[in-house]
Design a binder for this molecule. Structure first.
Ligand SMILES: [Zn+2]
Ligand SMILES: [Zn+2]
Length: 450
């Protein structure tokens, strides 16, 4: 099976490529990136993934390709990777299945996603990890990399069998959905994690400080009469986990950073050389707590939408690289959990299908981030942090996970177009500029925009 992508602007920060080139894919791998002239003898000029290297090579005859995709005017990048996705299978298949969640990922331009462990049952044993991987194999459109639990049952009491989880295929450990309140348990989790060389991905929230809160604590929550979640509820745990990571040597990746104080702690820790990375979601980068004024429950998430000052700090951190990763925290919920009073509604929104459009609209088209910077934050850094081999790059030999992006295509996010089983997003009706045109996983086209 051979696929040729012609005429696109190839952007692969891992190999320093940014040029109009063709990409030849064979049997699920990148075979070559260069000027490829199709014919009875396929002539290949240059590039073993190196910029500006023009080497004439006498490739052996390549009689035909099975498909040619014309990417003229488009951007060809390593398949995007979302480190933070809630697939609701097993347990809440009415909200999302591995099949529907990966279809949403494919539409959004993601070729790999991590599945968070707060399913029913939670992913705290090898059998659940294996089930997820089997379902992904059977009906998944994109690669699924499970994240295993830190604690048994996500109860925060006893460590899960971390070695067993990693052996079964978990690429990181988290109790996301819940916060690990015991510093002692987190310390021991980190000590184990260093033995298996996997990152810990904490949801940082001091549950005493956040208790009862439904939105960011500040002027808006006071005006609305809603109980607030102060930004320090996140930051004190970020600080704790950074200290524990420096004490134990564990690799730490802070989930969905939302507060300016957290950003400051991460920046200082990284300057000291701590093994700390962080992610930000498109919604925390684009919306403030002002959005809650309409009491729309699709503005309720945890951590909550923060103040304009927090958003400014988060944006600055994304631009300067303090925050290395953009991840969606895609959290599908049934209507019954969202079409109720704000106080009672579930936390969380879906994000896979709007993430790329939002980032291109708000950061690329405004000149805040270049395309290589976006590729770094949405593909290269996740692959590096999770140690996903042969991903996050288009270098020859890498997996043929490729996203062809139409950066200038204007479109409106519409509910009925969503591949996700759930529709809980505040971005319905938003006009966005830029989207995935074609998503390719292991050399197979899994999504094509019409
Ligand atoms: Zn979380
Ligand atoms: Zn989450």
């Amino acid at each position: 099976m051979r696929l040729l992508i012609t005429g696109g602007r190839v952007i692969d920060p891992a190999s320093g490529v940014e040029d109009t080139l063709d990409v030849l894919v064979e049997d699920g791998q990148i075979l070559r990136v260069g000027k490829i002239v199709q014919g009875s003898r396929l002539k290949v000029e240059g590039s073993e993934g190196r910029k500006n290297r023009k080497v004439e090579s006498d490739e052996p005859s390549v009689p035909s390709v099975d498909r040619v995709i014309d990417a003229t005017g488009k951007i060809v990048v390593p398949g995007l990777i979302d480190m933070h996705v809630h697939l609701r299978e097993p347990g809440r298949e009415d909200e999302e299945t591995i099949a529907s969640g990966t279809a949403a990922a494919a539409r959004g331009g993601f070729t790999s996603i991590c599945s968070m462990p707060n399913t029913e049952p939670v992913n705290d044993t090898a059998s659940v990890t294996e089930y997820i991987l089997e379902q992904a194999q059977k009906g998944g459109r994109v690669h699924v990399f499970p994240i295993g639990c830190i604690s048994k049952g996500q109860q925060g009491q006893e460590l899960a069998e971390m070695g067993e989880l990693v052996a079964a295929g978990c690429v990181g450990l988290s109790d996301d959905g819940k916060s690990v309140m015991s510093a002692d348990l987190m310390r021991r989790a980190m000590e184990y994690a260093t033995m298996f060389d996997v990152p810990l991905l904490p949801h940082c929230e001091d549950l005493h400080l956040s208790a009862g809160g439904v939105m960011h604590e500040g002027r808006v929550s006071t005006e609305l009469g809603l109980k607030g979640i102060p930004s320090v509820a996140e930051a004190v745990m970020v600080g704790r986990d950074i200290l524990l990571s420096e004490y134990t040597g564990a690799r730490l990746h802070i989930c969905h950073v939302s507060a300016a104080e957290s950003v400051r702690l991460i920046r200082e820790a990284r300057a000291r050389g701590a093994r700390v990375s962080g992610e930000a979601t498109p919604h925390h980068l684009v919306l403030t707590d002002e959005a809650v004024r309409g009491f729309h429950t699709n503005t309720k998430m945890n951590p909550p939408l923060r103040s304009a000052e927090d958003v400014a700090a988060l944006r600055e951190a994304l631009i300067d690289g303090t925050i290395e990763v953009i991840a969606t925290d895609h959290a599908p919920h049934a209507l019954a959990e969202k079409e109720i009073e704000f106080d009672d509604a579930s936390f969380g929104i879906i994000g896979l299908e709007t993430a790329l459009g939002l980032i291109l609209t708000e950061f690329y088209h405004t000149g805040l981030l270049t395309l290589p910077m976006i590729v770094e934050r949405m593909a290269l850094a996740p692959a590096r942090i999770l140690k996903l081999k042969h991903k996050g790059t288009l270098a020859p030999g890498a997996d043929a996970d490729i996203t062809i992006v139409d950066p200038d295509r204007e479109w409106v996010a519409e509910g009925q177009a969503l591949q996700s089983k759930s529709k809980n997003t505040p971005f319905i009706g938003w006009k966005l500029k830029g989207r995935a045109a074609v998503t390719i996983v292991a050399g197979q086209v899994v999504w094509e925009a019409t």
